[in-house]
Design a protein around this ligand. Structure first.
Ligand code: GDD
Length: 319
C-alpha cells in the first residue's frame, strides 16, 4: 500500500489509523466534513473537505488522490443517535457508501475499499449462537445496524457483479483515547474525572448495566484495518473483535477501581435506549488466520489510558 485515503480522518478511529499508516510510510490523505477540528492536519499528507454527499463529489476526491486503498470510516456511529435521527443516519452511512462504491467503480476497480461495518449488523434473536461468526444469521435491532448491514449487502453485490475489490469489516465495540462522549467508556470516564476534580457529586449516572459487549482497543482495531488492506481477501467479510464478552456492570467496576475516589452508582433512565442488544461477542478466528491479526492491549490498559488522557486534558483546560 503506497497511498491511502481515509474517509472521516478526523474522527476517533481515523486519527489512530492515520498515525499507524504514517508510521508504516504510507502516503495518507483524508476527507473531513469540516475545516475545523483538523486534528490530523499535521500528521497526514492532505485533507480534503468533503461531505461525500454525491457520486460526483466522491469521484472528484478519488480522482484527485488516486489511492491504492480507501478506508471508509466516515459514518454516524452512535446507536442512540440513530434512534433519534434514523433517516440522516441511513443517508450518511448507507447512501454515501453507495456513492463511494459507484465513484470507485467509475474511476478504477483496482482500488481496494476497506468498508467499515459493525457488529450491530448481527443484532439479536432468541436462540442466537455465540460467538458470532461472519456467517451467523443476523437480525439487526436498530437503524444503525440496518444502515451498516445494508452496506455489507452492497459490498457483496459490487464485488460479485462488478468484481470490485471490497473487503467488509465488522468491528465490535472499540474504545481508547480520543473517543467522544456518547459511548459508554467516555461517558463513564468523564464523570469519574469530574468527580475526582470535585466538579460532580461522587455519584456516577449510568444506563443499562446488564448488557454485555466485546471490547477491543482502537489501536488494535486500526491494526486490523491496515492488515486487512494488505492481506485480506477480496469480497470477504471479517469480524474484528476480542472474542470476550464483558458486562457493562463489570466495565463500570473496573473503571471505578482505577480511581482513588469512593463512587456510588445511580441509574438514569434517560441513558436507556428503546431496545438494547443484551449480548454479543464474536469469533476472531477468520481475521486471525487470514491476516495474522492479534489483539495486544488488555481492557484494563485501555480503560486506564482513557482515564489518563481525560485527566491530562482537564489539566490543560482542553475540555
Ligand atoms: N453510551 C452509553 N452511555 N451507553 C451506556 C451507558 C451510558 O451512560 N450506560 C450503559 N450503557 C450501555 C448501552 O446501553 C449499551 O448496552 C452498552 O453500554 C454499550 O453502549 P455504547 O458504548 O453506546 O456502544 P454500542 O454497543 O451501542 O455501539 C457501539 O459499538 C458498535 C460495535 O459493536 C458503537 O461504537 C457503534 O458505532 C459500533 O458499531
Amino acid at each position: 500500500m503506497k497511498t491511502a485515503l481515509i474517509t472521516g480522518v478526523n474522527g476517533f478511529v481515523g486519527r489512530h489509523l492515520a498515525e499507524l499508516l504514517k508510521s508504516q510510510n504510507v502516503k495518507v490523505f483524508g476527507t473531513s466534513r469540516m475545516s475545523t477540528n483538523m486534528l490530523t492536519a499535521n500528521i497526514i499528507d492532505g485533507v480534503i473537505i468533503s461531505d461525500l454527499d454525491s457520486k460526483e463529489n466522491c469521484i472528484q476526491v478519488i480522482d484527485k488522490i488516486k489511492p491504492d486503498v480507501v478506508f471508509h470510516l466516515a459514518a454516524q456511529s452512535n446507536v442512540k443517535e440513530a434512534w433519534e435521527q434514523p433517516s440522516s443516519t441511513f443517508f450518511t452511512n448507507t447512501v454515501k457508501t453507495m456513492y463511494l462504491f459507484e465513484a470507485v467503480k467509475q474511476v478504477s476497480r483496482e482500488i481496494r475499499i476497506v468498508n467499515v461495518g459493525s457488529s450491530e449488523e448481527y443484532g439479536y434473536f432468541e436462540g442466537m449462537e455465540f460467538p458470532l461468526t461472519e456467517d451467523s444469521k443476523s437480525n439487526p435491532l436498530n437503524p444503525y445496524g440496518v444502515s451498516k448491514m445494508s452496506t455489507a449487502l452492497l459490498a457483496k453485490q459490487f464485488f460479485e457483479v462488478f468484481d470490485m475489490d471490497i473487503i467488509h469489516i465488522r468491528p465490535f465495540n472499540h474504545i481508547g483515547p480520543g473517543q467522544m462522549k456518547g459511548f459508554v467508556v467516555p461517558d463513564f470516564a468523564h464523570q469519574i474525572v469530574d468527580i475526582e476534580r470535585g466538579l460532580q457529586d461522587p455519584v456516577i449516572l449510568v444506563g443499562n448495566l446488564s448488557s454485555k459487549r466485546d471490547f477491543t482497543d482502537v489501536r488494535d482495531i486500526v491494526k486490523g484495518y491496515a492488515l486487512a488492506a494488505v492481506k485480506g481477501r477480496k469480497g470477504q467479510t471479517y469480524n474484528l473483535c476480542s472474542g470476550i464478552a464483558t458486562s457493562i456492570e463489570d466495565l463500570l467496576q473496573m473503571m471505578i477501581s482505577l480511581s482513588s475516589k469512593q463512587i456510588d452508582i445511580e441509574v438514569d433512565s434517560n441513558r436507556f435506549r428503546p431496545i438494547d442488544i443484551p449480548l454479543y461477542y464474536g469469533s476472531n478466528d477468520k481475521i486471525t488466520k487470514e491476516v495474522c491479526w492479534e489483539k495486544s492491549i488488555d481492557l484494563i490498559q485501555s480503560l486506564n489510558d482513557v482515564l489518563e488522557e481525560i485527566r491530562k486534558e482537564e489539566w490543560l483546560g482542553k475540555r
